[in-house]
Write a protein that binds this ligand. Structure first.
Ligand code: KG4
Ligand code: ZN
Length: 336
């Protein structure tokens, strides 16, 4: 089954063509990050406008690169939520229009489910049951999956998402936006033990990153001078390690508690090199199989939406043209 995926829930406009829910024929991602960087974060109004400009060219590019036309497309999968409502509406409206005009079945997909489904676009997909960590700008969730649509939430953040913590830290350190990628780069070569940042909520599988954020702020405020360029890699590495440690520790603990030996990680923060290294090492030591998609499938993209959409379409799910976008949508709830 050849599925066109469309993703526009935040600041990336993306379209992809995926075959059989497993093979990515194209995955075009147009990032708006440069426009939002001027404001230090995503501006919803700008995001919607940029999606409108980019969506049709991005879809055309995805079809071209896959060497197919709309005549070949057998299903359309589009992000319906959660995310920025004005942004989601752009992708959803276009998906509905193409589906209606071409009489192609379409489904609205949960973005978080899409992130998890990215693991199935690799040569080494996880088998059920597995533990999934979805760690992005909007989410830090640990799930138990006994099937792609049978999920149980085991842990979540009580305040900021991990990606949000990266972005806010970069802002405090005047490093720019998007913060996660910048800290990832600067931290390379830095000493992660130079500054001691707190690891919160040790006993629970829930996360909290607001204390870490406050701790960085007081570290900056207590100083007489700004963090110098020589010190920056060490501060960035120490901050990054504090986030990575809790993500790795809690995800592995969830797997042990659930007696599951397979872990999949995804979402923008799963592109972080330190996170990938630390997960690999910890999983090796504790005899767990780790499934981590390449970075381009971790950050927002339409191939993951097409992958999950294919599962739903194959099961006969169809949405009608009155489907609406939703800004909040916990995984596992279909009736939103
Ligand atoms: O999954 P994603 O592209 O969008 C959401 O669904 O939120 O994730 C974006 C988040 C941002 O907070 C960004 O700073 C973070 O993922 N991120 C990273 C890296 N690449 C993206 N964080 C740490 N290291 C990275 N390499
Ligand atoms: Zn995302």
């Amino acid at each position: 089954m050849l599925v066109l995926g469309i993703e526009s829930s935040c600041d990336e406009t993306s379209a992809a063509v995926v075959s059989g829910g497993r093979v990515t024929l194209s995955n075009i991602v147009a990032s708006q990050a440069d426009f939002h960087a001027l404001y230090g974060g995503v501006v919803p109004e700008i995001a919607s406008r940029k999606h409108m400009e980019a969506i049709m060219p991005v879809i055309d590019m995805a079809l071209d690169e896959a060497a197919v036309s709309l005549d070949d497309i057998e299903g359309i999968a589009v992000t319906r939520g959660p995310g920025l409502i004005g942004s989601i509406l752009v992708g959803l409206s276009v998906a509905k229009s193409i589906a209606f005009a071409r009489d192609i079945p379409f489904v609205g997909v949960n973005h978080i489910a899409g992130h998890i489904a990215a693991a199935f676009l690799t040569d080494d997909p996880p088998s059920f049951p597995f533990i999934a960590l979805v760690v992005s700008g909007g989410h830090t969730n640990i799930y138990h999956l006994s099937d792609l649509d049978r999920t149980r939430l085991l842990g979540q953040t009580r305040d900021d998402a991990a990606g949000e913590a990266f972005d806010k830290a970069a802002k405090m350190l005047n490093l720019g936006y998007p913060g996660g990628v910048i800290i990832d780069k600067i931290a390379e070569g830095g000493d992660p033990d130079r500054v001691l940042f707190p690891r919160a909520m040790k006993k629970s599988l829930d996360f909290s990153f607001s204390g870490l954020k406050t701790s960085l702020l007081s570290y900056i405020n207590k100083r007489d001078t700004p963090v110098s360029s020589e010190e920056m890699p060490h501060v960035a590495a120490s901050f990054q390690q504090a986030i990575v440690d809790v993500l790795v520790e809690k995800t592995l603990r969830a797997a042990e508690e659930e007696a599951v030996s397979s872990i999949a990680i995804s979402g923008g923060v799963a592109a972080n090199r330190c996170l990938r290294r630390c997960f690999r090492k910890a999983c090796e030591e504790r005899g767990m199989a780790l499934h981590v998609p390449p970075p381009v499938l971790c950050t927002d993209n339409a191939a993951m939406i097409a992958a999950y959409g294919t599962t739903l379409l194959r099961r006969g799910m169809r949405h009608s043209n009155d489907l609406n976008a939703v800004s909040r949508w916990p995984l596992g709830l279909d009736d939103v």
